[in-house]
Design a binder for this molecule. Sequence first.
Ligand code: NAG
Ligand code: NAG
Ligand code: NAG
Ligand code: NAG
Ligand code: NAG
Ligand code: NAG
Length: 764
Amino acid sequence: MFKTSILVLLSFLNLANSQNWIRSCYVYAGNEFPVSGIDSRLFTHLVCAFANINSSNYEIYIEPSDETFMATFTEIVTSKNPSAKTLLSIWAGKPHSPMFFDMTNSSMFFDMINSYSTFFGMINQLSHRTSFIRSAMMAARRHGFMGLDLSYVFLSTSANMANMGSFFDEWREAINSEPRKYDTAPLILTMGAMYSPVMDSLIYPVNDIKRNFDWVHVRSFDYHVSSKDRFTGAHAALYDPSSNLNTDYGINEWIRRGLPAKKLVIGLPYHGYAWTLVNSDDYAIGAPTNGMALTKDGSVSYRYIKGYLNSYGVKPLFNSTYVVNYCKIGSFWIGFDDVEAVKTKVSYAKEKGLLGYNVFQIPNDDTDWILSTTAQEEANNQENKQQLRVIVLSTTVAAMILVSATICFVKRKSIITRGKVAWSKRKKHTNQQGFTFAQIAAATDNFSSENKLGEGGFGPVYKGELQNGLQIAVKRLSKGSKQGIEELKNELALTARLQHVNLLKVLGICTEKEEQMLIYEYMPNGSLDNYLFDPVKRLCLDWQKRIQIIEGITQGLLYLQEYSVVTIIHRDLKASNILLDKEMKPKISDFGIAKVFEKDEYAASTRRIIGTYGYIPPEYVKGGIYSRKYDVYSFGVLLLQIISGKKTSSLYGLQKNLNLLEHAYELWKNDSSMDFMDPKLDDSSSTCKMKRCIQVALLCVQERWEDRPSMLEVSSMLKNEMENVPAPNMPAFSTCKRSEGEKICDLMEVCSASMLTITQEMPR
Ligand SMILES: *[C@@H]1O[C@H](CO)[C@@H](O)[C@H](O)[C@H]1NC(C)=O
Ligand SMILES: *[C@@H]1O[C@H](CO)[C@@H](O)[C@H](O)[C@H]1NC(C)=O
Ligand SMILES: *[C@@H]1O[C@H](CO)[C@@H](O)[C@H](O)[C@H]1NC(C)=O
Ligand SMILES: *[C@@H]1O[C@H](CO)[C@@H](O)[C@H](O)[C@H]1NC(C)=O
Ligand SMILES: *[C@@H]1O[C@H](CO)[C@@H](O)[C@H](O)[C@H]1NC(C)=O
Ligand SMILES: *[C@@H]1O[C@H](CO)[C@@H](O)[C@H](O)[C@H]1NC(C)=O
C-alpha cells in the first residue's frame, strides 16, 4: 500500500510536469512581415495562413504569390526553434471573403453563409470531401507542415451541420490511416470556430468536433468593430455584465455543450479598433461614436497603436470589468489588449483548465514582442503556482504516509492540462476594386472636358461620380507611357496594403480596353500648394488649420515608417502631393515612386535620381543614397513652407542670397525666427508653438541624415510642449562654408545639374 501510494504520487507529479500548454500564433501570408523576423521561440505552434479551397474541384490550393512563403515557412520557423510545430491553415470561406460579420444579426449571418458556398458544396458530397482531404494532407506533407487547421468554420443549417460530422470523421480516419515514415507523427488537426458553439437555433456538431479534432481555436474577439458599431466597445471583452457577447460566456457554453476545456484554446487579438467619438469628453466604454477612425476598417495593429500612443506620450487605461485597455487621443478612441488584458486572459485560461492561447496575429506585436513575452511569462507563473500546489499536496501526503504508515488517500485532482494550439483570420488587406470602362465613362460623362481636373505627367485626371453617388477622381494614363505603367503598378501594389486617414485611398483600377486608370477618393479642396502659395487662398489657412495639416501629415508619415517591419519611403513628398478633404484634413497622395525598405536596411544606392527640386535630401542628390530619413528631410522642407508660405524656388534674406533653409536657419540663430513666419499669421498666443515648429523643421533638414530625428521623435517634439528640442546644425545645401572650408554646392546648382523633375499631377 505504501509503495503504491508513492508510485501514484510520482506519476502524478510527472504528469503535472509534462503538461503541454499551447502557445500558438497565426502568421498571415498577406502581411509584409518576413517569417525570419518572428521570434518563434515564444511559441509552441505556428499556423501558416491561408490555403484556399478550389471551387471547381474542391482541392486545396495555395495562391502563387503565397507559394514561397508557405514552402519555406517550416524550415525558417524551426531553424530558430527546433521543437516548434507548424500547421497549414485552410480558409473555409471564399478567398478574400470578409471577416467581419455581426454575431447578433442573423440576416447578416446568412449573407456570410453565401461566402461559404464552396465549403458547404464540398462537405455535402463524399467525392468532394475525399478530394479535399487528400489534397490537404498532401499539401501539408509536401511543405513540411506537421498539422492542418481548418479556419474559419461557420455555423450553418442543421443539414449542413450533419454532413460536417461525417466530413470530420472521414478526415480523422484519413489522418489515422495515413502511411507514414517511421519517424513522423500523425498530422495535428485543429479547427477555428466561433466564440460560442450556439447561435440562434444553430449549433456546431460538438461531439463530432470533440471526437476528431485535437483542439479548437475559439475566435474570442471582434465582438464589436468600429466599421459597424456606433459606440465604443471592448472588442475582445473577457466579461460583459450587459451582454452575452464575451469570451467567458462563449467558453462556458462550449464546455456546457460537451467540449472538454482541455480541447479549447483562447484567442488573443493583437489588434484593436479605433472609433471617432461624438463627444470627446465622453469616452467611457459604450460612449457614442461617429464610426471608425485611423484605418479603412477601423482595425489597428498593436504595433501601430503602441507607436501612436508613444508619439502622444499617452498611457492607455485598463478596465477590469471587461478586461480591455483603451485610450483617447483628441476625438479618437482605441480599444485593444495591452499587457494587463493579455495577463488577465492567460491567467483565466490557466484557471479554467483550457489548453492554451492562440495569437491573431503575431506580426502585429510590437518590435520587442512585449505581448507574446507577457503571455508566456504569465502562463509560466500560473504553472509554477500549480506545481507548487502539487508539491505542497504531495509533501503533506508523504508526511501523512510516514507518520501513520497506514492507508493514505491521494485525491486525484485533475490539474492536468495538455497543450495544443489556437485561432482566426482577417481579410486580406485589399481595398481595391475592379471597375469597368463603362462605369468610369458614365461617372465622368465620357471623360468630358468639364470634368477634367488637371493634366499630369502621365495623363489627365478627371472628376467623376459613381452611380451610388460616391465622388471619385480618375487618373487616366496616356497610351504608351511606359514609365506611367510602372508607377501605376507600384502605386497599386503599395496602396493595397496602406490604410490610414492621412493617406489618399485608391478605390480601384480599370484596365479594360487597353486603358490604365486608377480610381481615387475625391478630394474637394485640391492640393496644399494651391492654398499655400496663393496670396488670397492662403488667408483660409489660419494657424489652427495649419497645425491640423501638419499633424495629419505627421501621422501619415508615422504610419508609413513605423507601422510594420518595413519602412515606406514616399520619395516625393511635397505641397502638391498633400491633398485636402472637405474638412481641410490632409492626405498624402502619389505613391508611384514610393519604395519599401526593410527596417534595418538604412541605405541603398541608386543611379537614377528622381524627385522634385527642393525636397530631396543631400545624401540622395550627391550619392544616390536612400536613407530612412529621406522623407523626414522632405517633411522638414514642407513644414518650413507651411509655416512661412514661402516657396523653395526663390532666394531670401537681405542680399537675396539665401535658400529657404538657410534663411530659416539664419533667423533662428539670431533668435528672430518669428520673422520667418507667414505674416498672415498673427496669432501671438501661439508664438511658442510656432518657434518650436521652426526648430523641429530645421532638425529635419540637417545635412547628415543620421542627425535628423525619426518621425516618432518629430511627432513627440511637436506634441509635447515640455519636451526639449535640440539645437539644429546647419541645414543641407548651405552656400555658407562649413568649418573645414569645404564648399558645398548650392541648391540651385545641384538641381539643375543632376535632377530629373517629375511633376506628376494628382487627382484633386
Ligand atoms: C481549380 O481547379 C480547376 C480544375 O482542375 C483548375 O482548372 C483551376 O486552375 C483551379 N483553380 C485554382 C485557383 O487553382
Ligand atoms: C442585419 O444585417 C442586414 C444585412 O446586412 C441589414 O440589412 C440589417 O439592417 C441588419 N440589422 C440590424 C438590426 O443591424
Ligand atoms: C468599466 O467600464 C464600464 C462602462 O464604462 C464602467 O461601468 C465600469 O465601472 C468600468 N470598470 C472599471 C473597473 O473601471
Ligand atoms: C457616352 O458615349 C456613349 C457612346 O459613345 C454614348 O452612348 C453615351 O450616351 C455617352 N454618355 C454620356 C453621358 O455622354
Ligand atoms: C473645402 O471644401 C468644402 C466642400 O467642398 C467647402 O465647403 C469648403 O469651403 C472648402 N474649404 C476651403 C477652405 O476652401
Ligand atoms: C543676424 O544678426 C547678425 C548680427 O546682429 C546680422 O549681421 C545679420 O544680418 C542677422 N541675420 C539676419 C538673417 O537677420
